[in-house]
Design a protein around this ligand. Structure first.
Ligand code: GTP
Ligand code: MG
Length: 348
């Protein structure tokens, strides 16, 4: 029912991996955009957030995801940069994640920021799947646009198949060296104990249906096991970026990971000197499937529930910091919330 869906928190899916291994391209395919092409030197330099509705997921996944099997409203994808200088942003993305996709280029295998991402996922205890990307670059590949991986495999020559298998087993070996028992995803029974590897291509979309099916399964299980179903509490989030917007002044791009935020709410935001206490003037939500980082059109809404990307307009945000916490005060003593924000700030 509508109410049940409203009560469920959208899982946050972080996309991590080495530079150029195809994180943004993968998200572009899933949401039907071309964000990667607009990036200077195709390098991502910020964290992004995109709400992908269940409808889109099931359309992309075809017969592999039946929307009737899931109560989730969709998935909130967090894009992160792979360039070595953005360690802080990767940690921030990892800290937000309920589950993660580790993107690995099948030609390159594990690289320094792959290892770094693995360390973040270990530290935060985040379950993840591996997207073994760029399978279309296998010599002699016969692309099957948008097909599930089994169908693609059947269309390949013996030679192409075994070349890809060799690369995949190398990645599985590297995962094992990092302490994870991993296998091709169709051989994995328990995705919280073992890491599933999904061969795919962000160029031809082959294998993306499989990835989405695995993610949905993992999310659904995660929701049931660990997630609070009640998301009506005071909102909590993390600032992705502080941006000037015409007519609003300094605004915050925020990932709301818990609770609800409403227009008019008193909020506390981490600032360069002191926590900032202010009041939400407007909540601006990117449209479904839009990347908050590049989106120009936002819908003005009265309230937003977790998880979501949202732009917050409020007075006095000039000193707000990327990475800082945002807390809705609601019916709690203001001093307590200020103290909570101050404590969290000390840790970042
Ligand atoms: P950073 O955000 O800078 O870490 O890079 P990224 O991981 O987001 O990589 P991005 O999606 O920008 O892709 C890097 C390059 O790889 C681009 O030129 C893409 O077109 C190319 N690419 C990505 N996925 C595939 C794929 O599946 N096959 C092929 N052939 N090329 C791909
Ligand atoms: Mg990128």
């Amino acid at each position: 029912t509508q109410n049940a869906t409203d009560a469920l928190r959208t899982p946050i899916v972080a996309v991590l991996g080495h530079v150029d291994h195809g994180k943004t391209s993968l998200l572009d395919k899933i949401r039907g955009s071309a964000v990667s092409e607009g990036e200077a030197g195709a390098i991502t330099q910020h964290i992004g957030a995109t709400a992908v509705p269940l409808e889109t997921v099931s359309t992309m996944a075809g017969s592999l995801v039946d929307p009737d099997d899931f109560d989730l409203p969709g998935l909130l994808f967090i894009d992160t940069p792979g360039h070595h200088s953005f360690t802080t942003l990767r940690s921030r993305g990892g800290a937000l994640a309920d589950i993660a996709i580790l993107v690995v280029d099948v030609n390159d295998g594990f690289q320094p920021q792959t290892e770094e991402a693995i360390d973040i996922l270990k530290r935060t205890g985040t379950p993840f799947v591996v997207a073994a990307n760029k399978i279309d670059t296998t010599p002699g590949w016969n692309p099957q646009d948008g097909a599930p991986i089994q169908q693609t495999y059947e269309a390949q020559s013996q030679r192409a198949r075994s070349m890809l298998d060799e690369r995949l087993y190398e990645i599985i070996g590297q995962l094992s060296d990092s302490g994870f028992s991993a296998d091709l995803y169709w051989r994995v029974q328990n995705f919280q104990k073992n890491v599933g590897v999904v061969p795919l291509s962000a160029l031809t979309s082959e294998g993306i249906p499989d990835l989405l099916a695995v993610l949905m399964g993992l999310s659904q299980r995660y929701m049931k096991d660990e997630m609070a179903i009640d998301v009506s509490g005071p909102g909590a989030g993390t600032v992705l970026e502080v941006k000037d917007e015409k007519g609003f002044g300094a605004t915050l791009d925020v990932v709301l990971y818990d609770g609800v935020i409403r227009a008019g709410d008193q909020i506390v935001v981490g600032g360069t000197n002191e926590p900032i206490v202010t009041e939400v003037r407007a909540l601006l939500q990117p449209r479904p499937n839009a990347e908050i980082r590049t989106e120009k059109r936002f819908d003005k809404v009265e309230q937003v529930g977790a998880a979501a990307g949202v732009k917050i307009a409020a007075p006095d945000l000039d000193d707000a910091m990327a990475g800082a916490p945002v807390r809705v005060v609601r019916d709690r003593p203001l001093d307590d919330v200020v103290e909570e924000v101050r404590k969290e700030l000390a840790q970042i």
